[in-house]
Design a protein around this ligand. Structure first.
Ligand code: GDP
Ligand code: MN
Length: 387
């Protein structure tokens, strides 16, 4: 789950990191009022779940309330990498002496949390990572002991900070690591972390993402969710106990079990197709859930064919077949469906499907080949239903 910059800034402040508190405005007039209150130079920033706002014209400095109003006028409604701006943050403008990057993420191969820092912070950090990775320094967080104070200080010295600057920096590093661990974050990032012309450390822009699977431990984070930024279908799926991730292809996948769902996507790709989604109906899928899965998959207009891949274990083939039957009555399925059904009660399941004009294939490979062909043919003859 992603949150906005202004929400991340509040979270950082709660963990003792110096931030630039501002107010959120949804209209140019509100932005002007916020600038009036700030009484001086302000920065007006698009609040969207996307980086690169600066380069997209989503960050503007304003010297007066009038300028802030014009800036908000220009930014509100802007499309930044597919995210429409509905709110801006109006914060006191900082006088920047130097910009740094500081981030905390999981280093999967190392199986440890890693702190990344660079003296080349700001809007070009991706370039630095690509062209001069040695300029990004790292320190791993021991899962038992945590981050040692000396590691945070060493990181500061590696960035070329002088002794008087290092203690402030090290404190921020430790607080950001605490935030990452305590909130079950998947990312906690400050870019830029700046030293102002007064020699103060300040987190000017921050980004925090939470691990969806740990949200049950942080029920208060639910109010941070911005529905304008959510994939509605993914939320609906979550409520039905279905794991669903929308992708860019045209072959809808309905599968039981996360591992099988991954393998199914691989099989589709192997045959030259592109999956439209990852979908796991869960181990004990019932008719209702299968019907819901159909609705989710069909809500994507790119879907040209659907592959249902069920291996009956706990899930029974006949129950799934009933779900498919019910779904076909409930929702209008105008694209070809390919079913692979095996395992527990597969025979009974196939009989139900046969009665509905759907003939399940036996192997996953065959099913993948067939659905890819059906998707191609489906674009020419969308009414045809194959199985
Ligand atoms: P991003 O492009 O989405 O990462 O947005 P940022 O909030 O990081 O802003 C981009 C850049 O705008 C920063 O790297 C700064 O150089 C500049 N910027 C942001 N806030 C201020 C500010 O208060 N004062 C000044 N002078 N520059 C700022
Ligand atoms: Mn930034």
């Amino acid at each position: 789950m992603n949150i906005h910059e202004y929400q991340a800034a509040e979270l950082l402040a709660r963990f003792g990191i110096p931030t630039n508190p501002g107010s959120v405005a949804t209209t140019p007039d509100e932005a002007a009022e916020a600038a009036q209150r700030a009484n001086g130079l302000v920065v007006v920033k698009a609040q969207v779940h996307s980086g690169g706002r600066g380069k997209a014209g989503g960050v503007k400095l304003a010297k007066s309330p009038e300028e802030a109003k014009l800036a908000a006028q220009a930014i509100l409604g802007l499309d930044i990498r597919g995210h429409i701006v509905h709110k801006v943050l109006v914060a006191p403008g900082a006088s920047i002496a130097r910009e740094f990057y500081l981030g905390v993420v999981l280093d999967r191969p190392q199986r440890q949390v890693v702190v990344m820092a660079s003296a080349e912070g700001g809007v070009e950090i991706e370039e630095v990572a690509r062209n001069a990775p040695a300029k990004i320094r790292t320190a791993h967080v021991d899962p038992l002991i945590g981050l040692h104070a000396w590691q945070a200080r060493q990181l500061g010295f590696e960035l070329g900070l002088v002794a008087s600057e290092v203690s402030g920096f090290a404190g921020i590093v430790q607080k950001l690591v605490n935030l990452y661990l305590e909130t079950d974050a998947t990312l906690a990032e400050i870019n830029p972390l700046v030293i102002t012309s007064d020699g103060e450390w300040l987190a000017l822009d921050s980004k925090v993402s939470f691990d969806d699977n740990a949200l049950f431990r942080h029920t208060d984070f639910e109010k941070l969710r911005d529905m304008n930024e959510e994939q509605v279908t993914e939320l609906e799926a979550r409520h039905s106990g279905i794991s669903f991730v929308k992708l860019d292809g045209d072959i809808g996948c309905i599968v039981n079990g996360a591992g099988l769902a991954m393998a199914t996507m691989d099989a589709v790709k192997l045959h030259g197709g592109e999956p439209a989604n990852f979908l796991d109906v869960g181990g004990g899928a019932n008719a209702d859930q299968v019907a819901k899965a159909f609705e989710l998959v069909l809500s994507d207009p790119n879907v040209r064919a659907i592959l249902i891949n069920i291996f009956g274990g706990i899930t029974r083939g006949d129950i799934v077949a009933e779900g498919i039957q019910e779904a076909m009555h409930r929702v209008k399925v105008a694209v070809p469906i390919v079913v692979r059904l095996s395992g527990t009660n597969a025979e009974e399941g196939r009989a139900i499907l046969d009665a509905n004009g759907l003939h399940a294939v036996a192997t996953m490979d065959e099913a993948a080949a067939k659905v890819v062909a059906a998707a191609r043919a489906g674009s020419e003859n969308p009414a045809e239903r194959s199985a």
